[in-house]
Write a protein that binds this ligand. Structure first.
Ligand code: ASP
Length: 322
């Protein structure tokens, strides 16, 4: 079996030579002047960033924008990693994690939420209507119902079929591949320069029951600081949690690093996580000037961005070549 050491020694680390790395990084620098308003999201999430952009164009807040954006994949039955249509845990239950933060550091999140499609909106209610930051499981569900959210079955027929197929082998390890890493992390800066962020996910497909990932954990899957900027993550939550990915990126930006370099450094830190050769993580970040960054451990990660010059889907540079 290949160990992390032999893997690294085999030259699979692509980005470590300064030349090739800076070349690939330049591919994700803004093509025009950085600025705001802007919206930045993980993966190919055009409809989500357009929904968020529309809110900003109507004079809405960054917070309203990121919530509106995250609600798009939450409602999409064809998105198998977020909300309705998300792939279930090993017991066949869809459990959702979501988080939202505003520019003043207020945060709300829900973990292990079942039966409510718009987890991000429940997270916002936690932030705005409770003295707490995180509500979990049954308590989160009760709170959502009290708040008027509709309880419904989130397991779609195709997600059920995928689970039935998975059960044939029932491999204990979570299935990790890039196609199933579609968590939406979405960041926005409104016309007044106010930053906000949100993320929402059904987590890893066929995870152990009760497993919570990085997405709803403030500082891991999402972090916003109005004086600095914001960052969000997708990929293997366990790795992001161990490195407090989003918080690290914001702190590096606070120390003066640009968003692109900060994302790269956060990805580089993942190399010390056990089994780094077998997972994917991607980060996106924006600073308060509207400069953006995106970087992943392995190739295949994309970032969606919307700003005055229109929509852009960017292939993020990766630290490893495969
Ligand atoms: N980060 C998510 C989690 O670990 C999964 C993903 O991005 O697909 O729950």
């Amino acid at each position: 079996m290949q160990t992390r050491r032999s893997f690294l020694a085999s030259g699979v680390v692509a980005g470590l030579s300064a030349g090739s790395l800076s070349k690939s990084l330049s591919a994700v620098q803004p093509r025009g002047k950085a600025g705001f308003p802007c919206v930045l999201a993980t993966w190919k999430n055009r409809k989500a960033v357009e929904a968020a952009w529309e809110v900003l164009q109507m004079g809405g807040s960054a917070l309203d924008a990121v919530e509106a954006g995250a609600r798009v994949p939450e409602a999409d039955p064809d998105d198998s990693s977020v909300g309705y249509g998300g792939l279930p845990d090993r017991e066949g239950k869809v459990t959702l994690d979501a988080c939202i933060m505003d520019s003043q550091g207020n945060a709300g999140s829900v973990v292990f939420l079942e039966g409510i499609k718009h987890a991000v909106s429940v997270a916002r209610r936690v932030m705005e209507h409770t003295p707490h930051v995180i509500l979990a499981g049954e308590g989160a569900l009760q709170f959502a119902i009290q708040q008027g959210f509709k309880q419904e079955e989130l397991l779609t027929p195709s997600a059920r079929e995928a689970w039935e197929r998975w059960k044939v082998e029932s491999r204990y390890q979570p299935v990790i591949n890039q196609e199933r890493h579609d968590t939406i992390g979405i960041l926005a800066i409104d016309r007044d320069g106010v930053v906000a962020g949100a993320c929402s996910t059904s987590g890893l497909a066929f995870k152990m029951r009760g497993r919570v990932g990085d997405s709803p954990i403030v500082g891991a899957g999402l972090y916003v600081d109005g004086e600095v900027g914001a960052a969000t993550a997708t990929g293997l939550g366990e790795a992001v949690l161990k490195k407090m990915g989003a918080f690290s990126i914001v702190e590096m930006m606070r120390q003066g690093m640009g968003p692109q370099k900060a994302c790269l450094e956060a990805v580089r830190r993942l190399l010390s996580v056990r089994a780094a050769e077998a997972f994917q993580v991607g980060y996106v970040a924006v600073d308060r000037r509207g400069r953006t960054g995106a970087c992943s451990l392995r190739p295949g990660f994309q970032a969606s961005r919307m700003w005055t010059s229109g929509f852009e889907l960017q292939d993020a540079p990766s630290l490893l070549s495969r």
